[in-house]
Structures are given as structure tokens and as C-alpha cells.
Design a protein around this ligand. Structure first.
Ligand SMILES: NC(=O)c1ccc[n+]([C@@H]2O[C@H](COP(=O)([O-])OP(=O)(O)OC[C@H]3O[C@@H](n4cnc5c(N)ncnc54)[C@H](O)[C@@H]3O)[C@@H](O)[C@H]2O)c1
Length: 486
């Protein structure tokens, strides 16, 4: 079936759409209706070879440009993304099921922020001058790594592609991006836009496929770095494969993040954070605060208020801009969430609200609130990646911090309190890469984002990302005659 969403080819390589129908079929399903809206093919070895060869060739000239010249292309691409935000949001909504009320503000727009930010930063990248003994000196050159591979998850397709491409290209690298097999469409649009903005053909290639295509890319000797956004099990495999060739890595993986709400917190703000941090994107966000620890004095009020405000959620057609909860990305993901909800009930958590899948063709499930959750329950330990909030009761600050940190994950953590010193103590004590005080899940491009513990390695966004997409070369300059013992 051909629809408005069918791209001219499955892959975008060397400045043009290409296809190889010998590749495994990859169907794009609109989560609102269950209908196939595009049919693509996974990359064959021939396609992968084209992507690698053209990226390798394009990188050389691109890396030789000045940072300002590179930045100009990225900033132009940012403008084009913004100009086309609505059309891109419509594709993203059809690909992911996320409502337009979200995709209009959080997807292409966030990608544009990254391209603009790193476009601005590109011209500022410099080395150091280091004086040493006897008048000699060392200078450093910040050089590109070469060809980088980006591998994406399905929850923020164009945002993930842009967050990886922008710093990679700013530093003078080429990138081959493999979107999630579930959401392959908007990365192709980013590739088109980069060409239109003046990027050389081959600099940013998109190849489609399942895990095997990602695995083939990262083990090729021409590849110098891999940046993955995905689950911990995939992260383990990708990190190990990259290690074999001593490649650089960035790992943006899963989480089971805590939000700690003290008795003195502003109740409405804390409830808003818990709602955003559990139900935005129908709960499919890596940094979601899915363990909400609430101090005993506020506990009952908090649970009641979350439940009350959940009545205002508008579930349904994601193209209706009044909708606030869309379907899950796939039938499979909804099944996984249903399994966790059943486990929560079975293990004795109190189901306060939601929990049911909606009838019909779309992959809808109600936002779900569990109270009286304990640390051992499966829903408090494992990443669900769906709209399921678990509320847990605590008594003291020390107890809250210990329990918040009692997880293998370390992506994000938040605290709500009016006590200034306690807020900073908690932020210092959290074992997480991204912490929030009286706020949650905001990811401005200026701030580093990433995880500690099993949640990842490296940081995206901010100046910190530059270190992950470049390497430092030391050049020692002798200013004196060279001497030897004989
Ligand atoms: N930390 C972050 O920034 C962040 C952001 C979004 C999502 N996530 C995480 O992503 C997960 C959900 O996304 P998902 O289900 O698409 O993740 P996933 O791990 O199943 O897949 C991620 C990507 O890896 C590819 N892949 C799978 N096996 C591979 C292999 N052996 N070699 C190379 N590539 C391989 C997939 O095709 C896909 O493109 C959640 O755990 C979520 O927390 C993390």
C-alpha cells in the first residue's frame, strides 16, 4: 500500500534515496489504527557498504572545513527543521503514535535546538597551548573521530537522530544513523534537510534495519564510534562489539528513576512532575520518574490528587491537538505493559486508577496509578516503558535516598522540597546522571544529559558532548637542539 508516508526509498545514502528490495521487509504501522503506512526494507550488505564507503569519503573534506563553515550548515538545517515542524510532527505522530500536542513541541523542535546549539559551538572548538620546560611547548588539536554510527530507539526518532548528528557533524565527523525498525521515517527527513542545508553527500546517511544491521555497522573497521540510545540489554551487546575494535562509545540506556516528594513540597508542582514524568509520551521515556517516593505526611493527599488529575487526561486520536495521551508505539509494547500491570496487582500493589487496554484497533492503554508499592515488587524494579506510575511511602530523608539509589539504573532523579539545603543534599546523594530539584524531565540542549551505573556511558547535549565526538592530539614542539647521551 502506498500512502503519503511512503518514502522514495528505504535508505538515504550519498545524498539520495536508495533501496534494495532483497532486504527483509520492514512495515511502518500507525499505532492509532494499526494500519501499515509505509513498507521499507532492511539494509542488505550492499547497502551497508554504500553507506560506509560514502561516509568515509565525505568525512575527509568535511573535517577539513573550518568549524564556522560546518556550523553554518547545521544552523541552516535547524532553520529548515523549524520551518517544517508541522509536517515533520505529523510524520512523527504517525510513526510513534505520540500526540501532536507533544510532537509539535518536543521532537523536530528539540532536534533543531541541537543543530543550532552545536552549529554555534562548531567555530569555538580549539586546542590548548601548554608551555613546558626550556621554552618548548605543546599544543593540542581537537580532531574528529572519523565515521560515527548512531543507533536510535523508537520513542524520540528525529530528536535522537539530531542529538547524535549535531555534535558529531559539528566536530567534523560523518554519521551513519540506523533508526529503530519501528520508527524509521523522520531520520530520512533529517538526511534530506542536511543535504538541502549544504552538507556534502554521504556525510549523514540513514540505513534501515533490525538489530543485525546495527551490529554489522559497528563492527566494520571503518567505524570509529558508536552512539546508542536503547535498552540496557542492547547496550551491553553494542558496547562489547565496539570494544573489540577499541571504538569510542556513548550509551544512552534505560532507567527506573526516582522522584522524591517531601512533606513540605508544593503539592501541585510535585503532582505535575509525577504526571509528566510518567505519562508524557504514554510513558515511553527513558528518564521517567517511575518510582515516586512520597513522605508519609503528604502521601494520601498526593495519591488522591494524582488520581483526580488523571481524570483530565484526554486519550485518543493523536492527530487531535487536544489529545494528551496517544497509543503505545506497538501492540507488542502494550502487551509488555499489560504484563507489568498484572504483575503489580498480583504482587499486592493497590491499583488506584487505570490499568485497562482500550478496545479497538489502536494500541491504547489507560494511564495507570499504583499506590502502596514496595521496593521488591517487579513494577518498582524493572523498566516498564509505559504509562505506569508507582507510588511508594517513606519516612526519613536518609531512607528515601537509600531506597532511591537501590537500583542498577542511574539515569535521572528528582526531589521536591521547600528545604534548600535538603534539596542540594539529595541531588549530591543521588546516583544518577541527570538530577532535578523542584522540576522534572526537562532536557534543554545546554545541559548535559546521560546516565550513570547501568543507564549509560557518556553525555549527550551541552559542551560535554564535544568530548565524546572528538579526540585530542598532542603536538610537542622542540625549541632547542635535540640532545642524545651518545
Ligand atoms: N537514555 C536515553 O537517552 C534513552 C532515550 C530513549 C530511550 N532509551 C531506552 O531505549 C529503550 C527503548 O527503546 P528500544 O526498545 O527501541 O530499545 P532496543 O534496545 O530494543 O533497540 C534500540 C536500537 O538498537 C538496535 N539494536 C538491537 N540490537 C542490536 C545489536 N545487537 N547491535 C546493534 N543495534 C542493535 C535496535 O534495532 C534499535 O535501533 C528503553 O530501555 C529506553 O529507556 C534511552
Amino acid at each position: 500500500m502506498t500512502t503519503a508516508f511512503q518514502p522514495a526509498g528505504s535508505h538515504f545514502i550519498n545524498g539520495a534515496y536508495v533501496d534494495d528490495t532483497a532486504g527483509e521487509k520492514l512495515e511502518v504501522i500507525y499505532p492509532h489504527t494499526g494500519e501499515v503506512i509505509a513498507t521499507l526494507h532492511a539494509a542488505t550488505p550492499a547497502i551497508i557498504e554504500q553507506a560506509l564507503a560514502s561516509a568515509k569519503a565525505a568525512q575527509k573534506a568535511w573535517g577539513a572545513l573550518s568549524g564556522t563553515e560546518r556550523g553554518r550548515v547545521l544552523r541552516k538545517a535547524a532553520d529548515l527543521l523549524r520551518e517544517r515542524n508541522r509536517a515533520l510532527s505529523e510524520i512523527e505522530t504517525h510513526d510513534t503514535g505520540k500526540p501532536m500536542s507533544e510532537t509539535l513541541i518536543a521532537d523536530a523542535a528539540s532536534g533543531a535546538d541541537a543543530l543550532e546549539y552545536f552549529g554555534g559551538l562548531a567555530g569555538t572548538l580549539t586546542g590548548e597551548h601548554i608551555p613546558v620546560a626550556g621554552g618548548d611547548f605543546v599544543y593540542t588539536r581537537r580532531e574528529p573521530l572519523g565515521v560515527c554510527v548512531g543507533i536510535g530507539a523508537w520513542n524520540y526518532p528525529i530528536q535522537i537522530a539530531s542529538w547524535k548528528a549535531a555534535p558529531a557533524l559539528a566536530c567534523g565527523n560523518a554519521m551513519i544513523f540506523k533508526p529503530s525498525e519501528m520508527t524509521p521515517l523522520t531520520a530520512l527527513k533529517l538526511a534530506e534537510i542536511l543535504i538541502e542545508a549544504g552538507a556534502p553527500a554521504g556525510l549523514f546517511n540513514v540505513v534501515q534495519g533490525y538489530g543485525a544491521v546495527g551490529a554489522a555497522l559497528i563492527t566494520d573497521p571503518r567505524v570509529d564510534k558508536v552512539s546508542l540510545t536503547g535498552s540496557v540489554p542492547t547496550g551491553r551487546k553494542v558496547y562489547a562489539a565496539a570494544a573489540e575494535g577499541m571504538r569510542h562509545v556513548t550509551m544512552e540506556l534505560g532507567g527506573k528513576s526516582p522522584i522524591v516528594v517531601f512533606d513540605d513540597a508544593d503539592l501541585e508542582s510535585a503532582v505535575s512532575a509525577a504526571i509528566n514524568g510518567n505519562f508524557y509520551s504514554t510513558g515511553q521515556i527513558c528518564s521517567n520518574g517511575t518510582r515516586v517516593f512520597v513522605q508519609e505526611g503528604l502521601y494520601d493527599k498526593f495519591v488522591a490528587r494524582v488520581a483526580e488529575r488523571m481524570d483530565n487526561a484526554k486519550i485518543g486520536d493523536p492527530m487531535d491537538e487536544a489529545t494528551t495521551i496517544g497509543p503505545m508505539v506497538s501492540a507488542r509494547q502494550r502487551e509488555i505493559v499489560e504484563g507489568y500491570i498484572a504483575k503489580g496487582v498480583e504482587e499486592g500493589a493497590r491499583l488506584v486508577k487505570g490499568g485497562k487496554s482500550l478496545d479497538g484497533a489502536g494500541f491504547y492503554i489507560e494511564p495507570t496509578l499504583f499506590a502502596d508499592v514496595t521496593d521488591e515488587m517487579t513494577i518498582a524494579r524493572e523498566e516498564i516503558f509505559g504509562p505506569v506510575m508507582s507510588v511508594l511511602k517513606f519516612a526519613s530523608e536518609e531512607e528515601a535516598l537509600t531506597r532511591a539509589n537501590a537500583t542498577e539504573f542511574g539515569l535521572a532523579a528528582g526531589v521536591f522540597t521547600a528545604d534548600l539545603t535538603r534539596a542540594h543534599r539529595m541531588a549530591a546523594g543521588f546516583e544518577a546522571g541527570t538530577c532535578y530539584i523542584n522540576a522534572y524531565n526537562l532536557t534543554p540542549v545546554e545541559a548535559p544529559f546521560g546516565g550513570s551505573k547501568m543507564s549509560g556511558v557518556g553525555r549527550e547535549n551541552s559542551k560535554a558532548a564535544i568530548a565524546h565526538y572528538s579526540q585530542v592530539k598532542s603536538v610537542y614542539v622542540g625549541m632547542n637542539p635535540t640532545e642524545a647521551p651518545f
